[in-house]
Ligand binder design. Structure first.
Ligand code: KG4
Ligand code: ZN
Length: 340
């Protein structure tokens, strides 16, 4: 019998629904929320309201695109956390309501776990190389930066993580001080393509083990801009590509240094990246070149599966479904990460 999972993602500012049939993506619909742009960040109350407006049409569209009816669903997977509580409640409640009406199981999914499994997403007819276990993942999102050993589809071990800001936050905060709108990561990526990454140098953190820190870089960038703007009020406007290329390179250097160490320490040469920052073209290129130089096999999620999407929720739900790992109706969302 076909295993058909509907996935629902509503942890932050994207409302998304996807259908996975027998482990392959049949649809993945994402409704972005433009409402936050003018506020310079995600406004939780507005996110929650937008999810309420979007969820029915987005789920409807995901089912129609996949050519699947509600009656055919085997289970519904939803993001339980981490994320914004009001936003998570919309997806969680919707998943429970629909599953109850169909009398099918619900599957709770950790958003970070789902990002990790985004490298396993492929459409019907596709057969891309999948990483063998154990492999390493550099997970880089708006809220988290971790290096993990992935032991199987459901088990992993964190071997390094950030002590302060996440890599995505570093991108967004640097973009903000340059006067770029939220989220700044994709814009830094865009301008960086035209710039010289060697133009400006920023301080590198000195953190032991496989851990990260980005707060020093952010402060050094802030002081650098303040000093340059004092001398030339149009400094940012006149040097945008070089500034973006330089700050992007600094963030990537920091990320890659520890990833190389992690590979050396564990002896693992199958290396993946995941999370919103894995959409960054500089990081994607760097992983490939570093991998070629070091004899790694590298795995990068398709661009559309790098940032928040429900296909990654549905594929995680699929692997949990195969192990009868279901949620209870009494399970409530969690805003912050918790040990599983
Ligand atoms: O995984 P994600 O979509 O949401 C969270 O789970 O946090 O990650 C969002 C983060 C934001 O900080 C955003 O600026 C960053 O990913 N991001 C990028 C790019 N696309 C998204 N950062 C750098 N370059 C990009 N192309
Ligand atoms: Zn995410």
């Amino acid at each position: 019998m076909d295993i058909i999972i509907l996935g629902i993602e509503s942890s932050c500012d994207d409302t998304s629904a996807a259908v996975i049939k027998n482990g392959k993506v049949y649809s993945n619909r994402v409704a972005n929320q433009d409402v936050h742009k003018e506020y310079g960040g995600v406004v939780p109350e507005l996110a929650s309201r937008a999810h309420q407006q979007n969820i029915v049409p987005v789920v409807d569209s995901a089912l129609k695109t996949a050519g699947v009816t509600k009656e055919e669903l085997s289970a519904i997977a939803f993001t339980r956390g981490p994320g914004l509580m009001g936003a998570l409640l919309v997806g969680t409640s919707f998943a429970k309501g629909l599953a109850l009406s169909r009398n099918i199981p619900i599957i709770d999914v950790n958003h970070l776990h789902a990002h990790i499994l985004s490298v396993f997403l492929q459409e019907e007819g596709e057969s891309k190389a999948m990483p063998p276990f154990p492999y390493l993942t550099l997970l880089v999102s708006g809220g988290h930066t971790q290096i993990l050993i992935i032991k199987d589809h459901l088990h992993s071990e964190i071997i390094g993580q950030t002590m302060d800001d996440a890599a995505g936050e570093a991108f967004d905060k640097c973009a903000k001080v340059m006067g770029l709108p939220y989220p700044g990561g994709p814009l830094i990526d865009k301008y960086a393509k035209e710039g010289n990454p060697e133009t400006f140098q920023f301080s590198k953190p000195n953190i032991p083990h496989l851990d990260y820190s980005f707060s020093g870089l952010k402060t050094s960038f802030l002081y650098f801009l303040r000093d340059r703007i004092k001398a030339d009020p149009d400094f940012v406007e006149n040097n945008k590509p070089d500034i973006c290329a330089s700050i992007q390179k600094s963030i990537i250097d920091i990320l890659m240094d520890k990833l190389v160490q992690a590979s050396q320490q564990t002896g693992i040469h199958h290396i993946a990246i995941a999370g919103g920052v894995s959409a960054n073209s500089g990081l994607r290129n760097r992983l490939v070149t570093e991998g070629q130089a070091r004899g790694w096999q590298t795995y990068i999620p398709e661009f559309k599966y790098s940032t928040d999407n429900a296909a990654m929720i549905a594929i995680t739900g699929y692997y949990k479904y195969l192990r009868n790992d279901f949620a209870q109706y009494s399970d409530t969302p969690f805003a912050r990460i918790k040990a599983e």
